[in-house]
Design a protein around this ligand. Structure first.
Ligand SMILES: Cc1ncc(COP(=O)(O)O)c(C=O)c1O
Length: 359
């Protein structure tokens, strides 16, 4: 049987997608070979790659003046690629700091330019929150403004999109495709695939065309967005299998009502889990309501000494990967698109039973 997987990433994939990949694994569309064994330049593979892009464009309603790049190196390589590409003309940028991932991004950016860090984390009645934009000290001459929509470790998410006349650059690694998004508000969106898109090994970059040509001259061509755009993301051999599998996820999303339908279920899942945690004396979530992530739900137990037992019993109940990030401890349930409502219900049932037995 397949368990419910609450891993933050690499994360759950839709069973239907894995079944399709399994059926096609040895002999892709009667060609007598696996797609993994196919040249990335073959017409068959290029058609798969182009369909994945077209489906993603449909899902996210990506305007025509944006390029979609299928890259490697994870979101972490984008922490360097972004300043190297966008700081060419003006070496200043604003970085909004809300947690561990936005901090990693700004630390890398500091190697390449003059980075203005906006501390936007705060505490409201003992709960973590993101400050009002009116309190931020943004620069007049920044080349771009960077933030992370959803802090995967902290479980802290922006309630809306910041307003700026500068190109807005956002790490959507753990929230892309979870809710409708107005792509036209952004200069650049990036995301590692291994949470809400597909398997690890692929990184998406969606970039407005006018930002393509301001790279620093010393940038490696593999990191240069304009080179990747000109070459269909094939400056070198791309992560072909991850790209193909992500394409199957996009097809699955389209067949299941697209991002709007996912968002509706995601809200239901989040409401169920946060609602249960809030009503319980045994569990607690550290985030202020307005900034609670709908994808990553951290929680603690009233008796921290029971954490190991909680995880062991959860696993025996086919509820996997509920340990919090190693840097913060506690628990975390990641409830991405591929985790069904029934999975969250099973988790809540288990949590309730565990609490009653251990109160
Ligand atoms: C919000 C966010 N940004 C960046 C990363 C780093 O991604 P990668 O491991 O793909 O480099 C992660 C990974 O969990 C993440 O959650």
């Amino acid at each position: 049987m397949r368990a419910y997987n609450f891993c933050a990433g690499p994360a759950a994939l839709p069973t239907a997608v894995l079944e399709k990949a399994q059926a096609e694994l040895l002999d892709w569309h009667g060609k007598g070979l696996s797609i993994m064994e196919m040249s990335h330049r073959s017409s068959d593979y290029v058609a798969v790659a182009e369909k994945a892009e077209a489906d993603l464009r449909k899902l996210m309603n990506i305007p025509e003046n944006y390029k979609v790049l299928f890259l490697q190196g994870g979101a972490s390589l984008q922490f360097s690629a972004i300043p190297l590409n966008l700081l060419g003309k003006n070496s200043k940028a604003d970085y909004i700091h809300t947690g561990i991932w936005s901090e990693k991004a700004l630390k890398e950016a500091k190697r390449y330019g003059d980075i203005n860090v906006v501390e936007a984390g705060t505490s409201i009645n003992g709960k973590l929150a993101i400050t009002e934009q009116s309190t931020w000290n943004l620069s007049d001459d920044a080349a771009y403004v960077h933030y992370a929509d959803n802090e995967t470790i902290g479980g802290l998410q922006f309630a809306g999109i910041p307003e700026t006349d500068k190109p807005l650059v956002c790490d959507f690694s753990s929230s892309i495709l979870s809710a409708p998004l107005d792509v036209s508000k952004f200069g650049l969106i990036y995301a590692g695939a291994q949470k809400n898109i597909g398997p690890a090994g692929l990184t998406l970059v969606i970039i407005r065309e006018d930002l393509l040509d301001q790279a620093k001259p010393e940038i490696p061509s593999i990191l240069k967005y304009s080179d990747q755009a000109k070459n269909g993301s094939m400056v070198n051999t791309p992560s072909t299998y991850a790209w193909y599998l992500s394409g199957l996820v996009f097809e699955w999303l389209l067949e299941n009502g697209g991002v709007d339908a996912m968002h509706k279920v995601n809200l239901e899942k989040a409401k169920l889990l946060y609602g249960y945690i809030d009503a319980s004396d045994f569990y607690a979530n550290p985030i202020a309501e307005a900034n609670r992530s709908i994808m990553n739900v951290p929680f603690t137990l009233a008796k921290a000494e029971l954490e190991k037992q909680f995880l062991k019993e959860a696993e025996a109940n086919h509820l996997l990967n509920l340990a919090g990030h190693r840097s913060v401890g506690g628990m975390r349930a990641s409830i991405y698109n591929a985790v069904p409502l029934e999975g969250v219900q099973a988790l809540v049932n288990f949590m309730d039973d565990f609490a009653k037995r251990n109160a």
